[in-house]
Design a protein around this ligand. Structure first.
Ligand code: CAA
Length: 285
């Protein structure tokens, strides 16, 4: 019998973390969401409110259920508040140093039986796990953006993850309405390893002025039936996140497909991060 989690902690409430908090709360589970400061908490709250408004407008959620969902999320700036969590999902930026620090702190705050999951999209879950005294309870749980809408999750098993942990996390993912796959710990896992070479190639075509952003996106949307073109998708993912993912995969594989196109770095330096900063390949209101 898989364990049920009554209270789930989410650390880092950016685009992914806020989406994950929403998905978990929608299932009827209490969520404690942790961010660094009051401004980030306010941004996260806005994100969940806006996303659930869309769910109501699209007929995916009724107004009463939305209010209950929002009530189930407690926002805080203190990791110590995770003492009562049964499972913690970390979704902070893709830096091994930052994640190692958070997992070391979680080790002190959380009960010994608590499963510590990382939403990392390309870093090694094994390397993150060794920063705790319980690497057997550490697992990857990788969602896709937007987390409330996309139904796939990758569950990453390291060589020391306990089998029961995998069973529990698979059951949890199903309870969230997701379709889980269990895979080993390799940079990019399945989906990003396939997706990011393609996205990076699109940026190179744009950078070399071979094709305009509109033509590139139309080719894949209208010609291949993808829901979004590659440059619009990069704006959704966030150029900084995309860059980190490419860099990590390139470091591991040395596959030139994953060597980040130079313009990505320049755009990030100039503050063009995509939707979240109001401008990336496109401009947003
Ligand atoms: N909860 C539940 N449902 C919601 C919702 C929410 N909070 N918000 C919106 N929805 C529903 C809407 O009701 C709508 O449902 P119908 O299609 O049945 O009408 C559906 O979700 C789509 O919503 P919208 O109409 O608002 O938006 P859209 O039609 O323009 O679709 C999109 C937007 C879902 C982003 C779609 O374009 C898409 O799937 N794009 C591709 C995204 C993708 O590839 N993501 C993966 C990125 S890689 C990644 O994430 C990995 C990583 O590590 C970075």
């Amino acid at each position: 019998m898989a364990r049920e989690f009554g209270c789930v902690g989410v650390v880092g409430l950016g685009t992914m973390g806020a989406g994950i908090a929403e998905v978990v709360a929608r299932t009827g589970i209490r969520v404690i969401g942790v961010e660094l400061d009051a401004d980030s908490v306010a941004r996260a709250r806005d994100h969940v409110e806006h996303s659930t408004e869309r769910a109501v407008a699209g007929g995916k959620l009724d107004a009463e259920a939305r209010t209950a969902l929002l009530d189930r999320i407690t926002f805080t700036t203190s990791l110590a508040d995770l003492a009562e969590a049964d499972l913690v999902i970390e979704a902070i930026p893709e830096s091994l140093e930052l994640k190692a620090r958070v997992f070391t702190e979680l080790e002190q705050v959380c009960r010994p039986d608590v499963i510590l999951a990382s939403n990392t999209s390309s870093l090694s879950v094994t390397e993150i796990g060794v920063h705790t005294g319980r690497p057997g309870k550490v697992v990857g749980l990788h969602f896709f953006n937007p987390a409330p809408v996309l139904r796939f999750v990758e569950i990453v098993r390291t060589v020391v993850t306990e089998p029961d942990v995998i069973t529990d996390v698979v059951a949890f993912a199903r309870r969230l309405g997701k379709e889980p796959v269990v895979i080993g710990d390799r940079a990019g896992f399945i989906a990003n390893a396939l997706l990011f070479g393609y996205l990076n190639h699109a940026v190179s075509m744009y950078e070399s002025r071979y094709a305009s952003r509109e033509d590139l996106d139309a080719a894949m949307r209208l010609g291949c039936g993808y829901p979004m073109g590659p440059l619009a998708l990069l704006d959704l993912i966030g150029l900084d996140t995309a860059y980190e993912i490419l860099e990590t995969m390139y470091r591991q594989s040395r596959n030139r497909l994953h060597a980040p196109a130079p313009i990505l770095r320049q755009m990030i330096t100039a503050g063009l991060l995509g939707r979240k900063s109001g401008r990336g390949f496109y401009t947003y209101d």
